[in-house]
Design a protein around this ligand. Structure first.
Ligand code: F6P
Length: 757
């Protein structure tokens, strides 16, 4: 309150002072104007009188003179007239002096002196008592020579009155202004500062005490939005830290060894002995996109790799090296092409690598996605192997190797975690220059059998490149087996089947499965600050914008990729509508599809076919207010996807082949109500862990259709049993475990093992 009072008082004083200065200025201007006006008026009268008086004065006609002086004296504001000769002897004067006025000798002497000296008229303002007079004197001539001096006493009181009135008015106006401004300021401060501050203080107090905090809607406090956002984050961290500490204590007490971000951080710190962690991937975790001339947005790309690795970097810090692919990426990095991430709470460094469009065409679209992607997925799309693409692939791997060497300069044995099929050659390039670096490559997609792999013209280079790592990781043991068999078939090496290692030219590489997962952070307290999980389960609200009403809702979340079995999924829905009349008009399947790799013809054709199929099936069955398939093609953020996960009765993951598939895990983890059913392709890595899903062969349309029906009519008890078992699996095998085990395995590489590549 003291502050408000001080603020209002100072404001009042300043506004008052400024208003008074203005009023003073205005009064002065008015006074000058009136003075000037009066002088002109007196001048005109004096001239007229001079012309009337000079002839009788010259002629010595005293009667006439007296008559004139009498007539004019006391008329209007002309108070007194005086004529005297050059020796200061009175010639004639007004009969009566103005009231309260005495003509002291000094009153006229200055005027007379001036007129004598200049032979011209002279006037000045004179205060007599409380009165103001304008005294004007001018020479009178006889026979062209100055003979006498005529003086006027003009009443100028009215100027004082006018100026005084103006002052009073201005003063009152300033008073009213100050009052109004003070009142308005007080209310503005009260409503926009004092009340919100009181609310924020109360809110912080609740958080500090660990009480369930009342939700503070920062959007309602625009002035404090940056502050409340920051405090929200701090509070969330505090809440997480408290929960994590409680969880750790609980786990210690119950001797459970669950992986948490804190545990991973600790493991990485101990095992790496302070050496920083470097992650390399083609896809970056955050892209900056220009959405308007002066607006840049930061988005998270649709990528399982990103979903999995972000929490790891958030927990351990380090550097993530990735290709800058957003059209505003260059504008957002520093001079070393680095930027701290995540934007709202930086924890690690993202180092962007720039690859030209021409190279990227061959590296990314060409060899990676038209060659290796179909080669490894065996999804009946013929791989393309163009020598130019291979050259580009090598060049981009080389460019990344340079960046890795630059970033790890001065670190004797850095830990480098390379991601995916884009970088099969990178381990060898890095090891050649930095033999003591600990390098692992994790292959996020399946590894095919040797017969399939052998059709790639550069199979040997790929295997040699990968075997330069100390560790090669896949999602499943099955993919490890395929890899070892490929090495056995095509390269000269010693394979230890007991430990699953390959020894080639003196270098040992471990080949191990590490089933990747999601954050599933057990340190997530029941959110008192974030969104409410309950608020999101409303499928009517989700479908209403599309004019659809449905009793049951299915959901699919994918990059629009031909390996994801989305067409097969649509056909299973068609089959369901054909066979189950009772589901017509009641079941809608929503596909949230993120356009992906759109520059590749197969992907474009695939999207066209998807759109056609969805339209064809909808045309067959749709009725007013309902349709069986809703295809929403755009990049959906996690925030947009989550309500669909939470509201769906069934989630369909029907990949024709998939390394792991994290959508399946995300769906299960979103279902803290332990309801909803997962239908999962037997050809995903996830199917080996989530055995309580309804496992299907996506090529078998009738089987998938039957599974959807089973899911829709599954009892709530059975849903809960299955869901809780799957949730336990994800909770125990989360991304922190994945990273922890991968890093632990890397640290077991003995010094010297990485020398020869
Ligand atoms: O599945 C392989 C993979 O690289 C994932 O790790 C990732 O989620 C996905 O492909 C994304 O592909 P892209 O980076 O080409 O969009």
């Amino acid at each position: 309150m003291k502050f408000t009072l001080r603020l209002i008082l100072s404001l009042g004083l300043i506004v008052g002072a400024v208003a008074l200065v203005f009023a003073y200025h205005q009064a002065r201007q008015e006074e000058d104007r009136l003075n000037a006006e009066l002088k002109v008026r007196v001048n005109v009268i004096a001239e007229s009188l001079r012309m009337l008086i000079e002839p009788p004065l010259t002629a010595g006609n005293t009667d006439f003179l007296k008559h004139v002086v009498d007539k004019f004296s006391g008329r209007g504001k002309l108070e007194w007239l005086d004529i005297r000769d050059l020796n200061d002897h009175p010639v004639i004067a007004s009969p009566r002096l103005p009231q309260g006025l005495t003509i002291a000798p000094d009153l006229l002497s200055k005027n007379i002196q001036e007129v004598r000296d200049t032979s011209a008229g002279y006037g000045r303002f004179v205060h007599r008592g409380r009165r103001l007079l304008y005294v004007y004197s001018l020479p009178l001539k006889a026979n062209s020579k100055i003979s006498d001096i005529m003086s006027f006493f003009y009443d100028a009181d009215f100027i004082q009155v006018r100026v005084h009135k103006l002052w009073m008015e201005s003063f009152l106006r300033s008073l009213v202004q100050v009052f109004l401004i003070t009142i308005v300021t007080f209310f503005i401060i009260l409503l926009n500062v004092m009340i919100p501050l009181r609310k924020i203080t109360e809110w912080i107090r609740e958080i500090r005490k660990g009480e369930p905090a009342t939700k503070l809607d920062a959007a309602n406090e625009p002035l404090f939005k940056p502050l409340t956002t920051e405090i929200s984050r701090m509070a969330r961290n505090l809440e997480m830290a408290r929960f994590a500490a409680a969880e750790e204590a609980r786990l210690r007490y119950s001797s459970e060894a669950r992986w948490t971000p804190e545990r991973l951080k600790e493991v990485v710190r101990r095992k790496l002995e302070g050496s920083p962690l470097f992650v390399v991937s083609n896809r970056e975790p955050y892209m900056h996109i220009r959405t308007a001339k002066d607006k840049i947005e930061c988005i998270i790309p649709a990528s399982g790799l990103v979903t999995a690795l972000e929490p790891v970097l958030n927990a351990c810090g380090g550097t993530w090296i990735a290709q800058g692919s957003g059209d505003a990426d260059r504008e957002t990095v520093d001079k070393n092409d680095r930027i701290r991430m995540p934007p709202e709470e930086p924890k690690y460094t993202l180092r962007r690598v720039w690859i030209t469009k021409e190279l990227n065409d061959g590296f990314y679209s060409g060899l990676s996605n038209e060659g290796l992607w179909p080669l490894c997925h065996i999804a009946h799309t013929r791989p393309q192997f163009r020598p130019k693409d291979w050259e580009d692939y090598k060049a981009v791997n080389e460019a990344f190797a340079q960046t890795v060497l630059q970033e790890t300069e001065g670190i004797p044995n850095p830990y480098i975690l390379i991601q995916d099929y884009h970088f099969a050659l990178l381990p060898r390039m890095v090891k050649a220059k930095k033999p003591h670096a600990k390098v692992a490559i994790f292959w996020h997609i399946p590894w095919p059998n040797p017969e399939s792999f052998g059709i790639c013209p550069w199979y040997k280079d790929i295997l040699k490149g990968m075997l330069a790592s100390d560790l090669v990781g896949f999602h499943t043991q099955f993919h490890c087996n395929n890899f070892i068999e490929s090495v056995d078939r095509f390269l000269e090496s010693r394979i230890d089947y007991e430990h699953f290692t390959v020894n080639r030219e003196g270098h040992t590489t471990w080949v191990k499965p590490f089933p990747i997962s999601i954050g599933s952070n057990p340190a997530g307290p029941p959110s008192s600050l974030g969104h409410s999980p309950e608020g999101n389960r409303n499928k009517d609200a989700l479908l209403k914008p599309y004019n659809i009403q449905a009793r049951w809702m299915g959901v699919g979340v994918d990059r629009l990729d031909y390996t994801k079995g989305i067409l097969e999924r649509f056909r299973a829905i068609e089959n369901l509508m054909e066979s189950e009349e009772e589901l017509r008009g009641k079941f809608t399947f929503v596909e949230l599809g993120a356009p992906s790799r759109t520059m590749i013809p197969q992907y474009k054709d695939f999207v066209d076919e998807l759109v056609r199929e969805a339209a064809r099936i909808n045309d067959r069955f749709k009725v007013k207010g309902w349709q069986p398939i809703l295809l929403l093609m755009k990049h959906h953020s996690h925030r947009e996807i989550e309500p669909f996960y939470k509201a769906a009765d069934v989630c369909l993951v029907t990949s024709l082949h998939d390394g792991m598939n994290l959508v399946a895990k995300e769906f299960v983890w979103a279902r803290d109500d332990e309801q909803g059913v997962l239908i999962l392709s037997q050809f995903t890595g996830a199917a080996r862990e989530l055995k309580d899903a309804l496992i299907v062969n996506p090529y078998d349309i009738a089987q998938t259709s039957k599974a959807v029906k089973e899911a829709v009519f599954m009892s709530q008890d059975e849903q809960a049993e299955r869901m809780s078992r799957m949730r336990r699996t994800i909770r125990d095998n989360n991304i922190y475990r994945w990273a922890g085990e991968l890093v632990s395995q890397m640290t077991q590489v003995r010094p010297g093992e990485g020398q020869k590549v």
